[in-house]
Write a protein that binds this ligand. Structure first.
Ligand code: FAD
Length: 441
């Protein structure tokens, strides 16, 4: 295929955070058309449209970011969103109301964690030393060429106690990887800890959204795209792509120099050209997912939580967001249930009743909730499994189709940061190919 000398015409399919990142990166350098099947942009990280049931805002799921989300922070800068408007930035603090509690110390990494753990509450001194030793062993494993194993296997090998597993390792892995310990790849966990904890204190800060997710990324990104001459088509579901005889890509009857395919893998295979090899299709179809349930509750009373992010070691809900600490109405809370598929398919009122019961253990004075909203995303994130391999994209790249999405990050689990980084890098590879520039990837 000859490189295109003119400004390339590129379709971006899917306006989740990967597609929005790709489109924003390409805007101004290419003629961009963004196609989104839904009524709104944002994908799996979006504001819930419609009736807010009296809540200040509702997203499709409570999202928690960290300071190591450099791709996201640079995207926000590009589209003109100030971090302080979007997030409350807090030094790492681990607060299980019924268990381990510690805060990062004001020291450079990794001393901030080491000293924080030494001052932890609800652990014996020997348990603190044990946790620090395990953390050190994990750093050594990360630097070694040893093969990937499951986190559960590693915990067994190191004979980690039930208490330390339940108070630290399990909530960490469930929260960061949304994958059961038996399947969660230790390498992916190490990558998260390396970038999010061990290498920089700021990287381990929590970034808790103070606004709905639409205001943080989707709306400013769409405004940025409009300013930069991109065309956005909402409610525009793209059908199967086709390669034209001249090598261009046909998207819903229009021809483009290339397409960034930023849809989830369970949608991607159906969009690939009919001659796509079975091995490529099956690599996308083989990706497995886990659910996350978010329960929003609103009360007549203030919900007094002990920390902005309060956890429970023994509860249906793993984490509660103290909305009052974010400057939002203090009578609202959002509860996160990672891996909710392991519990089963409960009715919304059953989830709400369980989470209300959990919350009563922290705030016994609360009456019945005035309102409850339950959202279960069955395919919230791709499983971060042992020795996970990414689909081979070379066949698609040769046909100028560039997949992007949270499931394609070589090091990270399926997260917003993975989606943004994947979108940015797919945009660069696509643009370079269109302009005949060699890729450094
Ligand atoms: C409940 C929940 C909680 C989460 N919590 C966190 C968290 O705390 N921290 C974190 O970092 N991550 C979290 N995540 C993960 C994060 O939301 C995802 O990793 C990220 O949103 C994925 O973005 P994406 O752009 O790769 O894919 P998607 O968001 O799935 O975007 C794909 C887009 O493509 C569109 N599309 C599909 N088919 C077509 C078609 N044929 N034509 C046009 N458009 C199409 C879809 O409508 C969608 O908008 C959470 C996810 C969920 C669901």
């Amino acid at each position: 295929m000859k490189p295109t000398a003119h400004r390339p015409k590129i379709a971006v399919i899917g306006a989740g955070w990967a597609g929005l990142s790709a489109a924003a990166r390409l805007a101004g350098r290419a003629d961009v058309s963004l196609f989104e099947a839904g009524k709104q942009a944002g994908g799996r990280a979006r504001m819930l449209a419609g009736n807010q049931a009296g809540f200040s805002f509702l997203d499709n799921g409570q999202h928690i970011m960290i300071g190591a989300y450099h791709g996201l922070l640079s995207l926000m800068q590009l589209i003109g969103v100030r971090e302080q408007d979007a997030f409350l930035r807090l030094p790492l603090q681990w607060h299980l109301a019924d268990g381990l509690q510690f805060q990062a110390a004001s020291l450079p990494a990794p001393l901030h964690i080491a000293f924080g753990l030494l001052k932890a509450r609800n652990l014996l001194f020997g348990e603190k030393i044990r946790l620090l030793n395990d953390m050190h062993a994990l750093q050594q494993y990360h630097a070694s060429p040893l093969p990937d194993i499951s986190t559960a296997e590693w915990l067994r090998e190191r004979n980690v106690s039930r208490k330390l597993t339940g108070n630290f390792w399990q909530p960490l892995v469930w929260g960061a990887l949304n994958t059961p310990l038996e399947h969660a790849g230790l390498r992916t966990l190490c990558n998260v800890l390396q970038d999010g904890v061990w290498s920089s204190k700021e990287g381990s800060d929590y970034l808790l959204p103070k606004q709905d997710l639409g205001s943080i990324i989707a709306e400013p990104a769409l405004a940025f795209l409009a300013e930069h001459g991109a065309t956005v088509h909402l409610e525009a579901r793209v059908a199967r792509l086709a390669n034209l005889p001249d090598g261009r890509v046909a998207v819903n009857g229009q021809s483009f120099d290339a397409a960034v395919l930023a849809v989830a893998p369970y949608h991607a295979a159906a969009l690939m050209p009919s001659e796509t090899p079975a091995a490529v299709l099956s690599a996308f179809n083989a990706i497995r997912y886990h659910a996350i349930t978010t329960v929003y509750l609103r009360y007549a009373e203030t919900v007094h939580l002990p920390a902005p992010l309060t956890g429970l070691a023994e509860g249906t809900a793993q984490w509660f967001i103290h909305r009052g600490a974010l400057g939002l109405p203090a009578n609202e809370t959002a509860a996160v249930i990672s891996l909710s598929d392991l519990i089963g398919r409960l009715k919304p009122e059953e989830w709400a009743a369980r989470v209300h019961a959990d919350l009563k253990t922290l705030c016994p004075y609360l009456g019945e909730p005035l309102a409850a909203r339950v959202i279960t995303e069955q395919r919230a994130t791709a499983a971060a499994t042992v020795a996970r391999t990414l689909p081979d994209l070379s066949w698609l790249h040769r046909r100028r189709i560039y997949p992007a999405g949270d499931y394609l990050h070589p090091r990270y689990p399926s997260t917003l940061e993975a989606a943004v980084q994947s979108g940015l890098s797919a945009a660069d590879v696509c643009h370079n190919d269109c302009c005949g520039i060699k890729n450094a990837f």
